[in-house]
Design a binder for this molecule. Structure first.
Ligand code: NAI
Length: 302
């Protein structure tokens, strides 16, 4: 099998100044892509900014013989998203790959969470995904090709104490993907989502010290690079990973149960009496789109 290369491809990686995003940028460039290294360069909680974060990665790519351009805009504004994509178009004339990776944390238990903590986290992760992806899709549509990756989290997919803001935003990007994949499929734009796990400044104070090696951020990079390659033909899927383990995760439905016949109201006791079967996740199936839920109702719809 031939090596996977990105020659002739242009990539934007948001939040590529450190952590997991830096791994994507370095490897994409090493394999031939021209890379826009976006990073606001702020603190873990999103405060401040520093152009050095993006500049240092660009320098590292160039020192290794690759091509890269820095961008310092925040993903969290409409204008910032436009500028990030425009940086790629101005420098390299096209955009083929977008990795939405930038992120911050403002952890707080739900009852103590302030409006600011809620808004900032939603702005970077969820609105940021919209602000950068919309101009990116416009550019990709013109060329009939694109590979996009959203970054979710197990906190959004499954839950994590103290992260209702972060979890809501991270599951929100799955919602963007679920619909956007349908709207852009005819342009050969494939969109997938990952839930990474890695040692970074986000997790350094949570993980035990030996995780610095065992949870190296590099381990997330090959999966994301595969999803960004021409060889990847899947769209609308979510993959969780960490420490060298990779697996698909999905929102699925159980078979459920059909009650009634459309000619009479259904009583709460009928839900109680059928609850075990309604709540069962035996024989689960993932969905291709929202309409696929109608297959379960088919016996009632005729
Ligand atoms: P990190 O803190 O090392 O990197 C995040 C980068 O995003 C930083 O360089 C930061 O400056 C940049 N950034 C923050 N706000 C920005 C904005 N408004 N515009 C542009 N850049 C901005 O964190 P890490 O761990 O590398 O996280 C990368 C992504 O993976 C994030 O979306 C994070 O939520 C997600 N993630 C990480 C996990 C982990 O175990 N490290 C677990 C689950 C998800």
């Amino acid at each position: 099998m031939a090596d996977i290369k990105y020659d002739g491809r242009v990539a934007v990686v948001t939040g590529a100044g450190m952590g997991i995003g830096k791994m994507y940028a370095l490897e994409l460039a090493r394999r031939g892509a021209k890379v826009v290294v976006n990073d606001l360069g702020g603190a873990r909680d999103g405060s401040g900014s520093d152009s050095a974060a993006a500049d240092l990665v660009v320098e590292e790519i160039k020192a290794a013989g690759g091509e890269a351009t820095a961008n310092y805009d925040s993903v969290a504004t409409f204008e910032g998203g436009q500028n990030i994509v425009q940086t790629a178009l101005d420098a390299y004339g096209q955009l083929d790959i977008l990795i939405n990776n930038a992120g911050i944390l403002r952890d707080r238990s739900f009852l103590k969470m302030s409006e600011e903590e809620w808004d900032l986290v939603l702005a970077v992760h969820l609105k940021g995904a919209f602000c950068v992806t919309q101009p990116a899709v416009k550019a990709m549509k013109d060329k009939n090709y694109g590979r996009i990756v959203f970054t979710s989290s197990t906190s959004g997919l499954y839950g994590n104490f103290g992260q209702t803001n972060y979890g809501a935003a991270k599951l929100g990007v799955v919602g963007i993907m679920n619909t956007l994949k349908l709207e852009v499929s005819k342009y050969d734009i494939k969109i997938n989502t990952i839930a990474p796990t890695a040692w970074s400044r986000m997790t350094a104070d949570i993980f035990p010290p030996d995780f610095e090696q065992k949870m190296n951020p590099q381990f997330n990079e090959p999966m994301v690079l595969f999803l960004c390659s021409e060889e990847n033909q899947v769209t609308g899927m979510t993959f969780a990973m960490g420490a060298g383990w990779y697996g698909r995760t999905a929102i699925v439905s159980g078979n459920g149960v059909c009650i009634g016949d459309a000619n009479r109201p259904i009583a709460v006791e009928e839900i109680r009496d059928n609850f075990e079967q309604i709540a069962s996740l035996e024989e689960t199936k993932p969905h291709d789109n929202g309409g696929s839920i109608f297959a379960y109702m088919a016996p009632l719809l005729g």
